[in-house]
Design a protein around this ligand. Structure first.
Ligand code: 6PG
Length: 262
C-alpha cells in the first residue's frame, strides 16, 4: 500500500510488519537475481539495530528464500560499533548469529568491519577497493560522477528516533564526508561507543536502497522528515536520513502501519 500522505525521499511502501518482511525479501531477491545475471555477484550491505532481526530470521526460515544466491553474495556491513566481534553491541555479531551462520554464504565473501584496529574505516575501504578492482571491468568499480566508487547492489538501512541512519548521527563529523566511502565516527554527537560507517557517497552510489522502519515510536520522526521535506527540503545535519538520495539508483521506504501513522 502506498501512503501518499507521507512525503519521504523515495518511494513509500506501507504494510503490516509480516507482509512488509515479505515485500522486502522479494525486492532483495529480485536485486540479487538481477545482479548475479548481470555481474555474476551480488553485493549486499546490511544494517544492525533491532528492527531487521525478524527480517533476517525470515530470510533463513522461510523456504521461499532458500533460493537466494548466497554462494554469489558478498556481504558488507553498513555500520558497526568499535567493539570486539563477540560483544553483544556488535552489529556483525547479530547479523552472523541471525543470518550468516544459517545460510550457505562463503566465509571469505563476508566482510565484517575490522572494528578493533586503529583505522577501521581506512582498512574497510581498502578491502572494498581491492575486491572491486580485482573483478573484471564489467563487474569492477563503477564510475559515478566521474569518480570510481563501488556500487552496492542492495543496501538495507534502518532509522533511529533522531533520524540517524547507518552511524550517521545528527551534527556528527561523518555527515560532511564527501570523498571517503567509509568513516570512523566519534565525538559528542555520536552515541557511544565510537562507530565505523558507510558514508553518503557510498550509500548514494547503490543500485537499490531500502529503509525499514517499524513501530509507533518512529512515527514522530517520519512526520518531522515529511514536514522538513515539504517546507525546506533535505536537512542532512539535523535529519541525516534525508541525505540518502541515490544518484542513479532506487530508494524505497518500507514502513509498517504504526510507523506510517495509518
Ligand atoms: C545500528 C544501526 C542504526 C540502526 C538505527 C535503528 O547499528 O544501530 O545500523 O542505524 O539502523 O539505530 O535502530 P533500531 O532498529 O534498533 O531502532
Amino acid at each position: 500500500m502506498a501512503n501518499p500522505a507521507l512525503q519521504l525521499t523515495g518511494e513509500v511502501h506501507v504494510a503490516v510488519a509480516d507482509q512488509l518482511y515479505d515485500d522486502l525479501a522479494l525486492a532483495l531477491a529480485g536485486a540479487a537475481s538481477d545482479a548475479v545475471k548481470a555481474r555474476q555477484a551480488f553485493h549486499l550491505a546490511l544494517s544492525g539495530g533491532s528492527t531487521p532481526e525478524p527480517f533476517y530470521e525470515r530470510l533463513v526460515l522461510d523456504p521461499r528464500y532458500r533460493t537466494l544466491p548466497w554462494e554469489q553474495t558478498h556481504l558488507w556491513i553498513v555500520d558497526d560499533r568499535r567493539v570486539p566481534e563477540d560483544d553483544e553491541r556488535s552489529n556483525w555479531r547479530m547479523i552472523r548469529h541471525t543470518l550468516v551462520d544459517h545460510v550457505p554464504i562463503r566465509r571469505r565473501n563476508c566482510h565484517p568491519m575490522p572494528t578493533t584496529i586503529d583505522d577501521p574505516a581506512g582498512a574497510y575501504a581498502e578491502e572494498m577497493s581491492r575486491l572491486f578492482e580485482s573483478l573484471d571491468a564489467a563487474r569492477g568499480l563503477s564510475l559515478l560522477d566521474g569518480s570510481p566508487i563501488p556500487r552496492m547492489d542492495f543496501i538495507l538501512l534502518g532509522m533511529g528516533d533522531d533520524a540517524h541512519t547507518a552511524s550517521l548521527f545528527p551534527h556528527s563529523d561523518a555527515l560532511r564526508e564527501t570523498e571517503r566511502w567509509i568513516a570512523n565516527n566519534d565525538g559528542k554527537h555520536v552515541a557511544r561507543p565510537a562507530r565505523v560507517t558507510m558514508t553518503f557517497p557510498l550509500l548514494n552510489a547503490a543500485r537499490q536502497l531500502a529503509v525499514l522502519v517499524i513501530g509507533e515510536k518512529k512515527r514522530a520522526t517520519l512526520q518531522r522528515i515529511d514536514e522538513q521535506l515539504r517546507t525546506g527540503g533535505p536537512d542532512v545535519d539535523a535529519l541525516p536520513i534525508t541525505g540518502v538520495q541515490p544518484a542513479d539508483g532506487e530508494l524505497t521506504w518500507y514502513l509498517d502501519e504504526a510507523a506510517a501513522g495509518l
